[in-house]
Design a protein around this ligand. Structure first.
Ligand code: SF4
Length: 974
């Protein structure tokens, strides 16, 4: 991490300083040397001093003229570091990590430090293209939009609206996510999704079904207040490097123990005071094993559980099964270490629990998340500073894009598509006729598809290749739009490739991205792909939501380079071609053919009641960016200046409208504060009782609440019963009556466009979403109390009978197999043929599918080969030496990949690990020549998902990337 050496912002003087060093050219070798990095070594540092990057760039022809300073947000992860850019004559000439950002405190990691290359790099798509007879052909934007639009309309007419899939992106700004979600609704399909599906969809479902909202409860900064810190399946040192400065502050200033639970000894584990190696796929028995010690020793928070948690009676029955002997058999951890970890977390409070994709990307991902939440609830560790369920999201705006409903099950802000009321709410916000909107959707088996969940991004290709009779929609998918989403991050690539290869089944593929993704090349088709150059979010205005729910406004640093366009403009062009732009942009300002970001956010603010995204107007967000230095680095509260008392980025919920000046909620469910000051309680979203048992909080309420007990969600009827309806203004009442028609009492706080119900509840110290217990017995979900299930592909045959996968079922318009695949694998002897567990994850140098970062020469230098980590004993048994080329083969589709071996003790015996950022090779063949000229990433390699297998979470269809099986063999040297 870069440590600030001088006070004040150096940005204003640095341009002058460039003049002084003109001629002090630093080439790549010098840059690497000065940065202390071994060329190509994976032992490279996890953070680079920023200034060296800039100086290396400073040597080339430098424009002269006045310097403009701009602020935007790093696009590479959810930490939300501010990038301070210097622009001269429309060229981004320099950058710094913002010194006054309370989030990054003047630091960047390697990716942030090299991010300017993302804009000014030379490997971007420069103009629209299409693949014709195997050749990439240049098009104008008009030609491209016309041809794509005509093909889409033709497919719609012949096969229906559901035959087009719109796959969006966590790279979108909030406004981009909103406009693309709205676009899909106006097109008339729920086939829309984004990267949250493959990183934290199970977190969202698991946490929302336990405590109310699908989000991190505290902030990165607040971890500095923790007295004990436990990571599970999170390698923050590589995935969220700058977050570590807050975590290490907690470790050092509070002498907080740091426990890292992971099958792999990661760079995060290198910071641990206690490392626990578990067998992949045993998160639930590990957590139940800890709770076995907690309950046996009476370390649970009994009063907290009595007041605020429902269902421990049921949960205890499962926990009691996990005595030390069974835990050691299944998880592989001994009793003394389990007891020590449980005692540390229980007695050194507040203690926090951090998790990432090591927990979520599983066939039991949602259940895993519920188990982890149960652990923290047992210790009374939710709703308090230094405690919490701290879920580190991946991409820069994956939290925002999730909240805004780039999702096959929800409209913006978790209004679920299955309820007609959700559509009526947004139709009112959008000012369109509900019946017109409904008519945009297909009808299938006599039912409107408007209220039927779409299919997830993990399975889009099954919609192409499945028999029509097996689908619950009119026809197969015939067109796939990848808008900021690569293909190599999704499992079962051989089957994806099969769908891509078939031009008759999938006649149209549209890729909208700054870089050609693996989808542009990893297939054998010759026609029917369009590449549209989208700009990066540095080239547009708009807001992003960091993992801690703070929203930050990014300014356009430079206009879109080459012929690229931003997501707003592309959406508008497509909507115009498809014939619904006038309706869709009715209340959004469009200036010179370009939708205005601020105007998009204002429309969203009007309808985003359910999550409290209504108070963060563009004006308020810009003020926060301008006064970053006024916010405290631990609590995120402004301690001085015009925003005093507000929290940085107004973490949602920020109960609106903006004029209410709600400060944001830095810690969810924190009842030590007044709701007006950012306090709250668990959300009452599961009713008031279950089989006669109370679900509402008992004797627990937020500060100064006039209701000294639990209470249900507010609607107009509840206000009337309390006699608080008199507090509504005439205008508010008129709006409620207009929305409610014959049944105004049913108008809820989440659909009251006047904000009156929220305002009145808050004036009485109550939160409009109710005050409930969290539930650790999640009735309505598969396995209401999480139970251990062996991975579908496991090497532990001995455990399958006792802990089988879930039975086969149907979901998201498709068959969803579980037990039958597991049984078949055992029958076919897969555990013997593929005896090594294969897991995958992230590197500090790269991000996501990797096209952006592998095209960045500064980052590409750091990791040039795709590799597999293999344990020393497994390597020795196979005659494999470190650095050898090996074949890794997978259990389905005769899959194989040619990669380098990294022989290491990081992984245990019988476990292998591969990064997921590589693409461009396929089964040993290099596809570099297939990229449009000049756009091939610097580094190519095999994709781990060429080897991954079937297996999806029962609730969200999250893919299994952490527990499949493989075999590894040396490639004989010639
Ligand atoms: Fe910060 Fe993440 Fe960007 Fe690194 S990648 S600079 S940690 S936002």
């Amino acid at each position: 991490m870069l440590i600030k050496k001088v006070n004040g912002s150096p940005a204003r003087t640095r341009i002058g300083a460039f003049g002084a060093i003109a001629g002090a050219t630093m080439d790549r070798r010098a840059f690497l040397k000065r940065s202390g990095i071994a060329v190509g070594g994976i032992a490279a540092v996890s953070a680079l001093p920023f200034v060296t990057v800039q100086k290396a760039e400073a040597a080339t022809a430098r424009p002269t003229g006045p310097v403009t300073l701009k602020r935007n947000i790093c696009t590479h992860c959810s930490v939300g570091c501010t990038v301070h850019a210097e622009v001269v004559n429309g060229i981004w000439v320099g950058q710094e990590p913002a010194w006054d950002s309370p989030i990054n405190l003047g630091t960047h990691c390697a990716k942030g430090a090299a991010t300017r290359e993302l804009v000014h790099g030379d490997r971007r798509i420069r103009y629209p293209m299409k693949l014709e007879n195997g050749q990439w052909k240049r098009l104008s934007w008009d030609q491209a939009i016309n041809e794509i639009g005509d093909k889409l309309l033709d497919i719609r007419q012949k096969s229906g609206a559901d035959s087009v899939y719109w796959l969006g992106s966590a790279k979108f700004t909030n406004e981009g996510a909103y406009i693309v979600r709205k676009f899909a609704a106006f097109w008339g399909t729920n086939h829309v999704d984004h990267q949250a599906r493959i990183c934290h969809s199970t977190t969202v479902a698991g946490v929302a079904n336990t405590v109310g909202f699908g989000a991190m409860t505290n902030s990165y900064n607040d971890i500095s207040n923790s007295k004990a810190i436990m990571f599970m399946g999170s390698n923050a040192a590589e995935a969220h490097p700058v977050s570590l400065q807050h975590i290490l502050r907690g470790k050092e200033t509070n002498r907080a123990p740091v426990i890292v639970v992971d099958p792999r000894f990661t760079r995060t584990a290198a910071h641990a005071t206690e490392y626990v190696r578990i067998r992949p796929g045993t998160d639930i028995p590990f957590i139940w094993g800890l709770l076995w010690h907690v309950f046996k020793n009476g370390w649970e928070d009994k009063e907290y559980i009595r007041q605020r948690v429902f269902g421990f009676e049921e949960a205890r029955k499962e926990i009691d099964k996990w005595d030390p002997k069974e835990v050691e058999l299944v998880v592989g951890v001994k009793e003394d270490q389990m007891k020590r970890v449980a005692e540390t977390m229980a007695k050194t409070k507040p203690s926090t629990l951090i998790w990432c994709m090591g927990v979520t990307q599983k066939t039991v991902g949602t259940a895993n998340v519920r188990a982890l939440s149960t652990f923290q609830l047992a210790l009374g560790n939710v709703g308090k500073s230094g405690a919490g369920l701290n879920i580190f999201r991946g991409h820069t705006n994956v939290q925002g894009a999730t909240d805004i409903g780039l999702d096959n099950t929800s409209l913006p802000h978790y209004y679920i598509v299955a309820l007609e009321g959700s559509w009526r709410h947004w139709a009112r916000v959008w000012d369109v006729d509900f019946d017109w909107l409904k008519a945009r959707f297909d009808t299938h088996d006599g039912k409107s598809m408007m209220t039927v969940n779409g299919t997830t991004s993990t399975r889009w290709f099954d919609l192409v290749t499945a028999e029509k009779k097996d689908l619950e929609q009119k026809d197969n998918v015939k067109a796939m739009v990848f808008w900021g989403h690569g293909g190599n991050t999704v499992v079962r690539m051989p089957e994806m490739k099969k769908a891509m290869d078939d031009e008759t089944k999938l006649p149209l593929v549209v890729i909208i991205d700054p870089h050609p993704t693996s989808t542009a090349v990893v297939h054998d088709r010759k026609n029917g792909i369009y590449l549209l150059p989208a700009c990066t979010s540095y080239e547009m205005d708009g807001s992003r939501t960091a993992s801690n729910r703070s929203i930050q406004w990014g300014e356009q640093i430079v206009p879109p380079i080459f012929e690229s366009k931003n997501d707003y403009d592309i959406t508008y062009l497509l909507a115009r071609k498809l014939g619904f732009a006038d309706r869709m942009f009715k209340n959004i300002e469009v200036k010179d053919g370009k939708p205005v970001a601020e105007s998009i956010l204002k429309e969203m603010n009007k309808g985003a009641l359910s999550t409290g995204y209504s108070g963060q107007s563009p004006e308020r967000l810009k003020e926060h960016m301008a006064h970053q230095a006024d916010f405290d680095r631990d609590s995120l509260i402004a301690t001085k200046g015009p925003l005093k008392g507000e929290y940085y980025g107004m973490p949602w919920p920020c109960w609106g409208p903006a004029s209410a000046k709600h400060p944001g909620s830095p810690i969810l469910y924190n009842n030590s504060l007044h709701v007006k000051d950012g306090g709250g309680a668990f959300r009452a979203r599961f009713g008031v009782a279950y089989q006669g048992r109370n679900l509402l909080a008992e004797g627990s309420y937020s500060k100064d609440s006039e209701l000294k007990d639990g209470y249900p969600e507010f609607n107009y009827g509840v206000l009337k019963k309390l006699g608080w309806d008199k507090d509504l203004t005439e205008t508010e009442l008129a709006t409620i009556n207009r929305i409610g028609g014959a049944t105004p009492d049913a108008v809820s706080w989440a659909t009251d466009l006047s904000f009156g119900i929220i305002r009145v509840a808050m004036a009485h110290g109550c939160q409009a979403m109710g005050n409930s217990k969290a539930r650790v017995f999640a009735f309505g979900l598969p396995d209401p109390v999480p139970i251990h299930r062996e991975p579908i592909y496991t090497v532990r045959e001995d455990l399958v009978a006792k802990y089988p996968a879930l039975a086969d079922r149907r979901a998201y318009r498709l068959p969803h197999l579980g037990k039958s695949v597991q049984d078949r694998a055992i029958k076919e002897g897969i555990p013997k043929k593929f005896p090594i567990i294969l897991s995958s994850g992230r590197l500090v140098e790269y991000e996501g599918g990797g096209e952006e970062t592998r095209s960045n020469k500064w980052l590409a230098e750091l990791q040039q080969d795709m590799f597999v980590e293999i344990n020393v004993a497994d390597a020795a048994a196979r005659g494999i030496a470190d650095g050898d080329w090996v074949w890794v083969s997978g259990a389905e589709n005769a899959s194989k990949a040619r990669v380098k071996a990294l022989v290491t003790e990081r992984v245990g015996k019988g476990v292998a690990w591969m990064p997921f950022h590589f693409a461009g090779w396929w089964q040993g063949a290099d596809f570099r020549a297939r990229y449009p000229k000049g756009t091939d990433p610097v580094v190519l390699g095999e994709s781990v998902n060429a080897l991954t297998t079937y297996g999806f979470d029962a609730v969200t269809h999250m893919q299994e990337t952490k527990c499949t099986v493989c075999q590894i063999e040396a490639i004989k040297k010639a």
